[in-house]
Design a protein around this ligand. Structure first.
Ligand code: GLN
Length: 202
């Protein structure tokens, strides 16, 4: 049977890098800008970028409600950075009226690592991986609080933000504060693809 098709929400942000990661793993993939394109996907990646812009565009492109319906129906979704914010049920330091797709029972804090720390990199232990992940953070959120059904996959290992939650999973929803699509390491995409295969049975 064919592999499932994984969409990348292509309203804004680092779409190409995610498509390339899916390509290298041999998964069918497509950019998603319209409800009909979402329909054709079995799972979705919501990329990094700017969550306020992405949410506005999702409204304009009439994707917000279809996205919420698919998440409610159990579609697997990986959100990275702004994508994590888009999946969160609650946002701290959002703009007034900032909408999200929601579904993930977490509170995220936008731009949590401080204005002066625009971006940084570090090695992280990641649940299920033997070797640490080299994580790139760009004006990243962290997870301030998680609901009971949420598994923590990674925390900051050192420095001022030590212990802060930066990767989570709740059923078919997965999110990272950092950008696994940057660089050649596709292990986190592989974890997501495995999740997609087990969730969709394909
Ligand atoms: N700070 C951005 C936001 O609020 C996220 C940054 C990113 O995705 N690299 O959406």
């Amino acid at each position: 049977m064919s592999t499932p098709t994984i969409g990348v929400l292509a309203l804004q942000g680092d779409v190409r890098e995610h498509l390339a990661a899916l390509e290298s793993l041999g998964f069918a993939h497509r950019a998603v800008r319209r409800p009909a394109e979402l329909e054709a996907c079995d799972a979705l990646i919501v990329p990094g970028g700017e969550s306020t812009t992405m949410a506005k565009l999702a409204g304009i492109f009439e994707l917000l409600e279809p996205l919420r319906k698919r998440v409610d129906a159990g579609m697997p979704v990986l959100g990275t950075c702004a994508g994590m914010i888009m999946l969160a049920d609650r946002v701290e330091d959002g703009v007034v009226g900032q909408e999200t797709i929601g579904g993930l029972d977490i509170t995220v804090r936008r731009n949590a690592f401080g204005r002066q720390v625009d971006s940084f990199e570090g090695d992280l232990e990641f649940a299920g991986l033997d070797e640490p992940v080299h994580a790139v953070f760009i004006r990243a959120p962290w997870v301030e609080a998680v609901g009971p059904g949420v598994e923590v996959l990674a925390r900051v290992g050192s420095g001022e933000a030590v212990g802060r939650i930066v990767a989570v999973r709740q059923g078919p929803l997965m999110a990272t504060s950092f950008h696994p699509e940057v660089g050649q390491d596709v292990r986190i995409h592989r974890i997501f693809c495995d999740l997609v295969v087990s969730a969709t049975g394909r």
